[in-house]
Write a protein that binds this ligand. Structure first.
Ligand SMILES: NC(=O)c1ccc[n+]([C@@H]2O[C@H](COP(=O)([O-])OP(=O)(O)OC[C@H]3O[C@@H](n4cnc5c(N)ncnc54)[C@H](O)[C@@H]3O)[C@@H](O)[C@H]2O)c1
Length: 304
């Protein structure tokens, strides 16, 4: 199986490449810049012509569309650009696959953030009607609608709604790598004042390996036209994740709230019900503790 992965040079891309290769697939990465690494084809998914040319050239059996503006804050800063990348980009990809006129599955990577205000206090299944609360969630929901519409034109498309995933390779613009970077700046046994945002938000965290394994499983077992939540099904406060990280770090920590790190609109609780994914045969194989350890190790080796 030949798989084209868009956005292959980001955080998730290299993990997905390894998981697909381990499953015997040939992987080609599409992205904006060769220097990101893991990029075989340079193309901007907001450029429909370039995207169509890339898909026509590769003739993939499957496309995993990871490319996107993945930061909630960045999307809010420039909603138009976010819409172009996350929604128009999805349109380019599905149109390119249809135009290639050869059998190809599309796995569109959306986000659990689409649930927004619909999120209650417990795990939500895929029947819950999304109600995005931020630009990121809205653009991801738009991408889903665009992609699913194309199933009526014969496209074999599935939607993944992953919740937060963590592991090595994620930039410190995200909360846990940011904490780990601040801890790693001080030697073990030392004292750190950590700048934090809202620690009470509850999120569903997974090791990135469990998420990419879910993508591989969806490609072989997922049903066309369906939406799947991907996550752990367990809610954890950011504070509890910070405590796990601090315990592994061996540093003494004082916490200081930095108002710049507080989001204007925060979804209090976001947890996925992952029974539908489990029914495909999925089970987690990693722990968030191991992901935190790997992030810390990465930040410490960078700080050396
Ligand atoms: N990491 C998470 O916890 C998480 C959670 C839910 C959903 N997601 C989604 O999963 C996907 C992958 O996440 P990630 O953490 O690897 O994100 P990332 O930001 O690290 O990587 C995204 C990649 O897309 C590329 N890209 C951006 N605009 C592009 C364009 N116009 N054309 C081509 N490539 C472009 C970037 O260069 C980058 O390499 C994203 O769509 C993200 O929204 C991630």
């Amino acid at each position: 199986m030949r798989v084209l992965v868009t956005g292959a040079g980001g955080f998730v891309g290299p993990h997905l490449r390894r998981a697909l290769q381990a499953a015997g697939a040939e992987v080609l990465g599409l992205g904006l810049h060769l220097h990101e690494g893991g990029i075989d084809i340079v193309a901007d998914v907001t450029d429909a012509t370039a995207t169509a040319a890339a898909v026509a050239k590769v003739k993939p059996d499957a496309v995993v569309h990871l490319a996107g503006l993945s930061s909630v804050a960045e999307c809010s800063k420039d909603p138009m650009r976010a819409f172009q990348i996350n929604a128009s980009g999805a349109l380019s990809v599905v149109q390119a696959v249809l135009a290639a006129k050869s059998p190809c599955r599309v796995l569109l990577v959306s986000s659990g953030e689409v649930y927004g205000a619909a999120a209650g206090t417990g795990p939500m299944n895929e029947q819950v009607l999304p109600d995005p609360m931020n630009v990121y969630g809205a653009t991801k929901r738009a991408g889903e609608i665009i992609a699913l519409q194309h199933r009526h034109q014969g496209l074999d498309v599935m939607i993944a709604r992953p919740f937060n995933h963590i592991g090595p390779g994620q930039t410190p613009t995200f909360v846990l790598p940011s904490f780990a970077q601040q801890l790693a700046a001080v030697h073990r046994g030392g004292k750190v004042t950590l700048e934090v945002g809202n620690l009470s938000a509850v999120r569903d965290f997974s090791h990135v390996q469990d998420i990419v394994d879910s993508y591989v499983l969806m490609l072989s077992k997922g049903k066309a036209g369906e939406i799947y939540n991907l996550g752990s099904g367990v809610g954890r406060t950011i504070e509890s994740m910070l405590q796990l990280l601090v315990a592994q770090s061996g540093r003494e920590v004082t916490v200081k709230v930095d108002p710049k790190r507080l989001r204007p609109v925060e979804i209090p609780t976001l947890i996925g019900d992952v029974q539908k994914l489990k029914a495909l045969g999925w089970a987690p194989s990693r722990t968030v503790e191991s992901a935190l350890g790997e992030i810390l190790e990465e930040m410490e080796s960078r700080a050396r």
